[in-house]
Design a protein around this ligand. Sequence first.
Ligand code: F6R
Length: 605
Amino acid sequence: MCGIVGYIGKRDAAPILMEGLHRLEYRGYDSAGIAVARAGELRVAKCKGRVRDLEKILPDRFKGSPGIAHTRWATHGEPSDRNAHPHCDSANRIAVIHNGIIENATALRRRLAAEGIVFRSETDTEVLAHLIAKMPHDSLEGAVRAALQMVVGAYGLAVLDATRPNALVVARNGSPVVLGIGDREMFVASDPSALVRHTQSVVHLDDGEVAVLRADGFETSTLEGDPTAKTASTIAWTDDAFDKLDFDHFMRKEIAEQPDAARRTLSGRLEPRFQTAHLGGLALDARELLEVRRIKILGCGSACISATMGAHLIEQLARLPAHAEPASEFRYRNPVIEPDTLYIAVSQSGETFDTLAAVQEVKRKGGRVLGIVNVVGSTIARECGRGIYLHAGPEVSVVSTKTFTCTVMAFALLALHLGRIRDLSTAHGGRLLKALSELPVQIESILARDAEIAELARQLLACEHAYFIGRAAGYAVAMEGALKLKEVSYLHAEAYPASELKHGPLALITPQTPTIVVMPRDDLFTKNISTVEEIRARGGPILAITHAGDLPVSVEGRFDVPRSEPELDPILLNIPLQLLAYHVALQKGRDIDKPRNLAKSVTVE
Ligand code: F6R
């Protein structure tokens, strides 16, 4: 998704902005651009393609300050040089970068064109540049405010006026904007990753806020001009956390980081005295939690799949009805919000538009919602106001790996906590605590067997379709395995409940369509064996993700994960499937960290 970075201060903005653009690359984009002010004039460079393509076309003495830069993910108008941001007014005085969508852009464009303005792009953003330029205001801030009053839609934006280089104006409505406070310099970005190299001190803008940034500080106010008070917070992540180190891909690095990330998710939360989990951020006491009759979990993509695993954990351990639903569907079906239901929003980034909209819908109807989020201070975390932070560290690869694992662990902690308030025995609680604390070492032991999984991956290279099946929580493992494989390898992978195979998809099983079967040695093991027999009878190859021990059927490949408590087994069963997707993609030569058409944080509808 689009990325914003801006700088005002004594230094030359260009190298700071270019480095910021590199930091934003992981979000997914199709073009990039930069504008700086110099001697009362704008200098602008932009092009379709990667940030390194922009670097190639930058003139030798491209210098100036303040400046703004952008990575674009096309919404209005194809990816092209002229549609790349920044966009300028006709006099090349005002430059605008913008994330989001201006919904009344067509009407505004028609009106401006009737006044004689000639548009140079097909974007909604260019409308903003012309609108701001024509406002009869003394200050840039006043002009931006007046222009935004005419606009309907979502935006995170930064505006530069070359003739008034003492300020940058930024605004937010539905798309994140974070200010970075430096030493007599200020930064702005859509994502803290672009700021951490320069400062750890940040301020998150809220929807409907405008900020004026000067080298020596900033002021914030509402769109109507009333001042707002902001408190700076500290980003816990350092610059090194965004480094690939010796790994070839961020996906591989983040898979390898899982033992440490899992330790951080657990840290300070295991409560052996009462065989339960301690979750201070819930801000709900035992009495309030006892009143909860149902749990509804919302998220998108992998977050929704982790929510499905979370729902299984809560039902098993707390015996509370729990259900996961894609946030993107929930928000549009006029959902019934019940006072005795606890809503949970799951989001790694904390910025996913559909999940945020679902949270707002729940709150608007009086529901109680808590967040399971990785990025501290992100919009969803702030909107929920209560919840569980993962502390998994930044996830740069477009596909989720470590945050998926940590989210399921956070659900395990929550389920344990809810269970121990209800009927879960101290003995069962104690077993789960022990099993949770052993998970990081067990994950390490799986990662150490990378070569075995690379070998299994070879068996998927020749096929065009693969099936993933499992039962109960094993089906959620299958869903996540299939999603990872299709995202990074572009292989068609489909997940099915093993129990449903003979109701349709069995027709597609041939010697060319391998099935990856998630089959822990649990109560459903023999059922899974029967399904495997049915697949074998149709000549379908089988790769089993299972536990050590005899398999009463022959399989083409297997990977045994260490055993945990049955409720926690899915966490370990998922790890080899992450590596499987990685190795298939590697062997197929895919762009693993930036899969085609995908973006890290989906901040538009
Ligand atoms: C899949 C993946 C996506 C995200 C989804 C939600 O590997 O990464 O499906 O899980 O876009 O993102 P967050 O968790 O940031 O809300």
